[in-house]
Design a protein around this ligand. Structure first.
Ligand SMILES: Nc1ncnc2c1ncn2[C@@H]1O[C@H](COP(=O)(O)OP(=O)(O)OP(=O)(O)O)[C@@H](O)[C@H]1O
Ligand SMILES: [Mg+2]
Length: 240
């Protein structure tokens, strides 16, 4: 890992309170977290503990009720939704559990799509998309539609799309959650290569085996981060 102790993500005392019919629900409670450039971080924790909510703070998909979020030198908490969306398109690649490729576009068109919003790579978007499909080992299915390829292939296409604008930060919310073991392993290998090449990756996973291979594990419980020592203990216990 090429960590250089330069903070890329910084959450300061973040609360997220959802309004629900049953009253306010505190999904995040005073979360402070720093992730440095080049780190590979797993986010684990029980269902409903706040992992996706935490991830959505980092991508700017959602905003905190209290606290501050800084990513890549940008304070997200004082930007408009529009500004954040533009910023995200340039700086963050996101991969979800259900891939979320657009069904009416071919694989290569899906990969090219984020480039349209950013204005980079004009004139060679198709070549750039093809390079990314080669990186994820999918050049043969470039002109197929998502429904014509396997789940593992769709997820690799989604990773290629997430990398379209060469983001500093790659975020996955259970990216292997819907994959068989072989596809999950392939995808994980790809993430490891990307970290070796200097990307920063934050990935939610329910898979203890995968989490055990990730250098830093953050555990969320009831909207709070559990200290690293406790997580190490639990990983050791569950491995034995
Ligand atoms: N948009 C929303 N409106 C109201 N409550 C929400 C909303 N999103 C999440 N919650 C609630 O916030 C809490 C945290 O949810 P979150 O989705 O972050 O959990 P999670 O750890 O990602 O769970 P899972 O492992 O099942 O994906 C849960 O109690 C959930 O019901
Ligand atoms: Mg979730």
């Amino acid at each position: 890992m090429n960590t250089n102790n330069k903070p890329l993500v910084s959450l300061e005392n973040v609360d997220k309170i959802y309004k629900t019919k049953a009253g306010p629900l505190k999904a995040l409670n005073g979360v402070s977290l720093t992730i440095n450039e080049g780190e590979f971080v797993a986010v684990v924790g029980p269902s409903g503990s706040g992992k996706s909510t935490l991830i959505n703070m980092i991508t700017g998909i959602d905003r905190p009720t209290n606290g501050e979020v800084f990513v890549a030198g940008q304070r997200l908490t004082n930007m408009s939704e529009n500004q954040v969306a533009k910023w995200r398109g340039r700086n963050v690649g996101v991969v979800f559990q259900f891939f979320q490729l657009l069904p009416t576009l071919t694989v290569i068109e899906n990969v090219m799509m984020p480039m349209n919003y950013v204005g980079t790579y004009k004139g060679h978007r198709r070549e750039r998309a093809m390079e990314l499909l080669e990186l994820v080992d999918l050049p043969d299915v470039a002109n197929k539609y998502p429904s014509q390829i396997s789940g593992g292939q769709q997820q690799r296409a989604a990773i290629a799309r997430a990398l379209a604008n060469d983001p500093v930060l790659l975020i996955g919310d259970e990216p292997t959650g819907n994959l068989d073991t072989v596809s999950a392993g392939l995808m994980f290998g790809l993430f490891e290569d990307l970290v070796d090449q200097g990307k920063t990756i934050v990935m939610v996973t329910h898979d203890r085996d995968l989490a055990g291979q990730i250098p830093r594990v953050e555990e969320v419980r009831d909207g709070q981060l559990v200290s690293a020592a406790d997580v190490d203990q639990r990983l050791v216990a569950s491995a034995g």
